[in-house]
Structures are given as C-alpha cells and as structure tokens.
Design a protein. Sequence first.
Length: 684
Amino acid sequence: MTVNVIKQEQTAGDYSVDNGLVRVTANLESGLVTIRWSGGEAMKELYAEARYGTEQLRTTYYREHAVREASFRQLEDGFGRGVSWSFEHEEPGKPALRQRFRMYESQPYVLVELEAAQDAEWETNELTPIASYLNDGGVLEFGAGAGEDVRALFVPFDNDKWVRYASHAIPCSVHSYEATAVYRAGSRNGFVLGSVTHDVWKTGLVVEGTFAETVGRLRVYGGAADLQTRDTVPHGAVRGKTLLSPTLFVGAFADYRDGLEAYGQANAALTPALKWEGGVPMGWNSWSAVMSKLDFDVYAHTSDFFAKELQHSGFADDEGSLYVNFDAFSDNLTKEELQEAVRRVKANGQKPGTYYTPFAFWGSDPDTPVEGTDGTVRYRDILLKDRSGNPLPRLDGALPIDPTHPEALARIKRKVDAVVEAGYDYLKMDFLTHGAMEGVRYDPNARTGIQAYNAGMAFIRDLLDPARIGRPFLINLSIAPLFPHGYAHSRRVSCDAFGLIGDTEYMLNALTYGWWINDNLYRFNDPDHIVLYKSDNQRATTEQEGRSRLNSGVIAGTSLLLGDDYRMEEAAKRAKAWMTNKEVIALARRGRTFRPAEGRSGAKGEDLFVLTGEDGTWIAAFNFDGDNGKAMTLSFDRLGIDTSSALVVRDLWSGSENAIPAGAGEHSIALEASESKLLLFRRQ
C-alpha cells in the first residue's frame, strides 16, 4: 500500500508533511511545530510537555530535535489511508520526548500524541501533546470572518450537578474536558480539538485570551483532576519505561459543527457506539412522575393506560411495543408486587425496565455488610480510598465504590443477573462518575480513574451481552462521564430535566453543544423523561410548556420516555392528544439529532435547530420566555435551506401549510410564551 497524496518536504531548518488540506511543519532548530490548513487557519509555536518528578519537561528546552525517516510508517485503518511519523526531542539525562503525528488522505485533521521514554521505569500523571503560551500575538489564526466574536467551548466532563455546556467569547479563560471548539460565531470557521483515546487519561483543554479574537494560550493535556471531574485527589500516575499520552484530534473546519461531527466520527472509528438493532426507545420512566412515592399502582396503571390509549395509536417503537421503567425506589414494592408488575407489562405487549447505581454506596455506615456476602464483606472493603486508606468524600450523597474490587464486581454480577432473570429488558444506570474518580484501588494495574471505569463498565456490558442472556437488552446511562463510551446504547445529555420551560432550555443547552454525540458515541441522545403536565417536584406546566418539552425530546435523537402520572386527568388528556400525532412521532422515530443553527448562546440553550433529510428540512424553534411572546425571523441562508424554487412550510402540530416564493431570504414566525414549533420546509 502506497500513499501518494501526502508529501514530505525538508528545507533549511524545517520538515513538513502535507496532504493538501493540512500541513504540519516541525522546526528542527527550535523544536516548535506549526500546523496550517488550506483554508488559511493555523496553530503556531506548539510544543509538548511531560511532568517528570517535580520538573516540567518541555520539548523546546531540549537540545536536539529531529524527524527521522525511520519513524515514517504507511497506514490503513478506520481513518483511511495515511502516514505516521515522529518529531523527536532528546536531552542527556532526560526521557526522550516524541510527538507522534498521523495524517490521512482527504482528512482536514491530524492525530497527535506524546510518547515519553527512558531506559529505566518512571511514572508521571501529566503528559501534554500540544501547548503554546504567548504573551503577544495569537496561537490560532482563523480563516474567514475577521471582526466577529471568537468563542471557546466548554465541554463538561460529565452531566452531574446541573452542569452546563458554554461557549465563551474571547477574552476569557476556559478549561474544557475531552474536547473543545474555538470558532468565529458568525462565519462558523474554527478549530476542533479533543482526545480520541479514553483508556487511561482524563483530558483537559485550556483556551485563554486577553484580547478579542486572540487566543494567546492553548494547552491540551492528559491528567485532569479537579472539581469538574469530581476528584479530590490528584490524577493517577502511569508507570513504565515508555509512557503515552491521550491521542488528540486536531482539525480546522469552515464550519465548526462539521468539525465536532468529524470529531465524534473519529472517536467512533476507534471505539464504535454499542450496537443496537432496535428502533428508538419509547415509553415511560417513573422518576419525575412519583419520585420516592413509587408503588405498584402507578406502575400498573401506566402500563394499562399505554396499552389502551397510546400503544396502538402511534406511540410505540418499531416493534409496536413500549418500555415501562422503574427508576429509584422500586424497593418500595414487595417481591411479589415486582413480579406481578413485570408480568402485567409483558401481558400488555410491553418491555419492563429498572434502575441501578453500581458504583455508589448510599448507606450512612461504611461498615454495613455487602448484600449477598453473609456479612463477610463490608462496604468499607470495596470503597475507593485515599492514600491514607480512608474512603473518598461523598459525591451526591454516596460513597464511591472501587470498580476493580472482586467483591464489588461480584456484587454487580448478582444484581445484573437478577435483573435479567426477573425479565427486565432495560437498565438505567446512574451516578457512574463515582466509578471514574481518582483514588487507591484494589487492582494495582488500574492506576487511573479512567482505567478503573473502563474495567467496571466493560464488565457490566459483557454481563448484558445479548449473546449471553439470549435477548436484546437496552443499556442507558444517566449521570455519567461523556467518555469513555461504547458501554451503553444511550446516555442522558444533561442532568435531570423535568417539564417547565426552564427545564427545556437547560436540556437544549446540552443539545446545542453536544448534538454530535448521537450515533457516534451513543446510538441515542437521551433528553431525560418528558413531562407533558406535572412532575412530582414542580408545579403543573402550561400547555405550551408541556408541548415544548415534548418537542425538545423529539429533536434530541432520541430516547422518548414520558414522565407523568396518568392517574391525573390532564396528564392523560395531553398524552392521548399529543402522543398520537403521527407526524411528530415519526420524526422522533428517525432517531436523528437536530443541529443548532447558531452557537453563540453562552451557557444557555439555542432556540433554533435544524435537520435536513430526504423529505425536506425540519426546523424546531423555541421561546424560553415563560411570560412573553416572541417574534422570530428565520434566515434561510443560516439554516442551509435552498430557496431557488418555491417552498411549502408545514406546521407539524397544527397541520397548516403556507407557500414561500422562490428567492425568499427569510421566514417570520410568532411564538407565544413558552411556545415552540416544529416546521417542515419542502419543495412545492
């Protein structure tokens, strides 16, 4: 196999590799790297760093820099055909530092990682493949769009504590996790950076600038451990003679949204989303409806209500079935009631689901015996600990369990096997960040939180493998790290979201900046349970609030689980009226996430989303103001809608249609307080 389109070139002091879209230049005198793209973008004066004891090694501090022909390799893998090579830095008495690059035909990005090696074993808890700190000038050069806001994207490590994504306008200081985008809000031109390996490190990304449009400092490193990763001790240290950083995706794009989708696809090329043969999950989850008041009556009533009113009238999955799921507090029911609940659901042609927190201990006393061990094992034995042997502090009220401890794994197996044996087809797992926390673990080979989390999640995935249990089984994650992925079919995009318009805006904040997760990392984005009328902890919603919450779930990509108590007359009325709208449910059944039209909402959700398909272009528009109406002007250019010929716009809820003449540049709509619309634009 020969790669012909990637060129190597050596000039005085420089060594460059170019694929026509991106060019990487290594300066053999300074040890700095510059990456330039054909669109005019550039990342300049890049170096690498490694923590070595108390010293911070930097490639530019080393005396010798070289690109050796022997480091070149031809590649053909999930990214395509390409080449790899190393920019090597050597200094007597120090580990050799090698920046390893991979470049592929027709790809506007490079993959880069840092290898640090010496003859004797050593350890580090921080490796930085690329960084640049400037006081004058900018690290990044953009293509089109001078004079616009430059924004840096904060991606949260997990979805706990009602954390929000946020795009911050430079000047600012942003510390993101696993990925970021730095882009012009108007032209959308910009950069996407992020880790694509998630086996060892938690990756941090720092973007800083003191002047508008100018990023002066950039750093992407393995070894993040702080408030946002929920850690109370430093990141674990890896040990060996040759140590490797996370592999980074570094790309520039005319539209940063294309870049984030390409980043998601790059992750999927290495670790595909867990395969799911079925359609979009639809049904009900008990949490918002009754929370801790869960009992047999509400569960059985919901199953019967679905069977009688909805299941055969449009609201069902591809098999004509629905999930009816217990959340927390299913232990309110007796063993006999649980058995009867599962029997009732199956008799109604539905699939039962349940709930579990495998890495969290909720008890008050760590010396409580672990269930199923006859008192021979106590929770203290299986908890994550600090270096003094004390359990780590509580997170969300629970103590974190060590996912590598054999007794913790035995406990998980007993629970998961019992779930399967009881006939459940769906498991929602919650509070999983506990298993990724840094600490001292039973298995000395799991030196970092991510290594331990991978071990625990792979164990659960394998227990629920359809080949093992003999039937399809859907795995859903609630509060969990964004990465690593590949262990579940869906993951909630936000923390808890209920039915008020503020809940809709909050969930759409996660969709605004995390839509690309769908069908790349997880088959489905989960918008949390959809409250049409009233959750147990909030006031009743207005009709517009309830329908906006439903619309937000439809466009999420999606897991469409409702969350009302249908013993309430208004909740039942809305479900019968809304969940039988065949056009709306058909849109949800596509399982595709809408793209944000804009990305300048800061820490809020955008109010306009778009999806293009063979039938036309769907638009979802939202008014987050609960008191006042709102007029919106939709720009066809920003939405990517071709108006060279006449269009028809259809409102999926009212069924009304209006003609739009050829050449029109915009379309105006009016929204009441808390209202949203689902519109389809198609050729006349």
